[in-house]
Write a protein that binds this ligand. Sequence first.
Ligand SMILES: [Fe+2]
Ligand SMILES: [Fe+2]
Length: 310
Amino acid sequence: MPEPRDARLVGSVDDGALRVVQVTDTHVPAQPGFPTVIGLLAGIDAGDPMDHLALVLADIATLDPAPDLVVGTGDLADTGDPQAYRRWRDQFLPLDLPVWVIPGNHDLADAFDAHLVGDGVHSAASSRHGSWEFLYVRTGNTEWGEVDPIHADELRAALAASDAAHVFVWIHHPPVGQHLPAHEALVRDDLRAVLGTDDRIRATAAGHVHVADAGELDGIPVFLTPSTYTGRPAPGSRTFTLHPDGRVDTEVRFVESLFRFDDDQVARLRAMAAERYAAEPEARRGAAPHARHEVEGWRDAVAALPDGPG
Ligand SMILES: [Fe+2]
Ligand SMILES: [Fe+2]
C-alpha cells in the first residue's frame, strides 16, 4: 500500500542537499544468538548480526550533519521471521529518522509488510524528496531478482507521474557486480524495462552481494553497499549527499570488523556459488514461489539446529 508522500522530507541543511544513509543485508535473526543461514549452508559462524549492526547504528548516530532519512535495501531479516522485523524496528526507530525499505531474497514479503512496515518505516513504489524522486524496486522473494510485471507497471506509473528533476533507484539485486552472470542479466533486463529512456536517473544503489563496490549501467552509476553483517572488505553503510542540481556524492563508512572470512571460507562460498550456477546456468522467470519456499526452508532448518530454540 503506497504511503502518502511527505513534503517535509527535504534536505534539512542550508545547502538544500538531501542526506541519505543506506543500510543493507542486515540479516537480523529471529532471536538473540540464533543461527544464521550462512552457518546453516556453509558452516560459517560469522557471529551475531546484531553485533556489527550495533556498530553501524552507532556510527550513523555520529554523522554531522545528521542524515535526513535511511534506506534499507533488503535482506533485512535472515529468514523472514516476524520477530526479526520487530527487532529491526527496535534497532532503527531510536535513530528518530524516517526509514524506507525494500525486501531482499531473505525476506518474506508478507511478514515484511506486516511486521516491519508501519510507524516510521515506509514502503512504497516511490517517494519524493525535494527535487529528487526515489524509486524503490522490489525484487525480494524472487529467485534471480526479477521484477513482478504488476510492480513494474506501478514503478513506470510513479516515474511518469513525477515532475522531479532527478531520480534515484533503490534495488536489492544489483544489475551489475553480481557473482553469477545469469542473475545480473535478468535484473538488467527488468530494470531497463522499468526505467526506459528516462534521462533523469542519476544513480542506482543496491545490496545483495555484501561488498563495497561501484559500477555502471548504461552510463548511470551503480553503487554496491556492504552488508552490515558480513560486509567486505568490512561491514558498514553508505552515505549519499544528493544535491539539488543532481550531483551525487557518496562514501562507504566501514565499522570495525569483528569477523573476517578466512581463505578456506571464501573458497567454500565460491564453490557453492559455482555449483549453483552449474545447476542453473540460465535465469528462470516465474521462480518466486521457489524462492519463497527456499526462505521458509532455511527458517525451519535454522530453528531445528541444536543451538536454535528447538
Ligand atoms: Fe544478503
Ligand atoms: Fe540477497
